[in-house]
Design a binder for this molecule. Structure first.
Ligand SMILES: [Fe+2]
Ligand SMILES: [Fe+2]
Length: 232
């Protein structure tokens, strides 16, 4: 594609002068950017679709930040299904869900959201509110005894809340991110997020949830990347 841009620029320079060739070259270069962005987005849509159909994470490697998050969404949904369908190993699965969900929210709020906030500030604010509600619902569920009739209802409420939130992120945020961020940058971000997620899971949900300072009457804000560096 770059060769074509050069060739067109050259021939334009001969016929119309260097000025108009420069303009044409710029226009073609931005078209190339646009096409590359659309191609990246299409690739992501195909991966997400395959992941939705098979129920399997799209990628075993960290890959791009958005792919990592989609894979984590699918795993969380599988854990919800398991908890709803069987009592076998309920406590261990609930703990796995709590660890994964807390670490997932943590890496989104400390790494992913700050990196992409400018692309869609409204959806980020909405996401932060939904995370706060998710953390509240998760802690409420964790504090419920197995004999309590509310256990199933609280599990259902958390599942619906988080599943809707995942689908909103995948539908409204991730495609924009893929369109505007080069794969190399998304892969670097994904690697940092994977590392932070693994550490979070190792620390456990109690420790991770304690790092959020939710207050009922104050808006939730994303943590700055500087505070993330200090923590790690
Ligand atoms: Fe989220
Ligand atoms: Fe997410």
């Amino acid at each position: 594609m770059k060769k074509i841009v050069k060739r067109v620029s050259k021939s334009a320079a001969k016929g119309q002068g260097k000025k108009s060739a420069g303009k044409l070259s710029k226009a073609l270069a931005s078209t190339v950017e646009l096409v590359a962005g659309v191609a990246r987005e299409a690739e992501g849509v195909v991966r997400d679709f395959a992941s939705n159909v098979t129920g399997q994470p799209p990628d075993a490697t960290p890959g791009r930040a958005t792919d990592l998050l989609v894979a984590q969404h699918r795993k969380l949904e599988q854990l919800f299904e398991r908890l709803e369908s069987s009592k076998k190993g309920f406590d261990a699965t609930l703990r796995e869900l709590a660890d994964d969900l807390s670490a997932h929210i943590f890496i989104e709020e400390t790494l992913f959201y700050p990196a992409v906030r400018k692309l869609n500030p409204d959806i980020i604010l909405e996401g932060l509110e939904e995370h706060a509600m998710g953390r509240f619902a998760l802690q409420r569920l964790l504090g419920t005894k197995a004999s309590d009739k509310s256990l199933r209802l609280r599990l259902k409420a958390l599942k619906e809340l988080m599943t809707n939130h995942h689908h909103e992120e995948e539908r409204e945020l991730f495609p924009v991110v893929r369109r505007h961020m080069p794969n190399s940058k998304l892969e670097r971000l994904g690697a940092a997020m994977k590392k932070s997620f693994d550490t979070g899971v190792q620390r456990g949900h109690e420790a991770v949830l304690a790092t959020f300072h939710d207050q009922l009457h104050q808006p939730v804000r994303a943590k700055s990347s500087r505070s993330v560096r200090r923590r790690s």
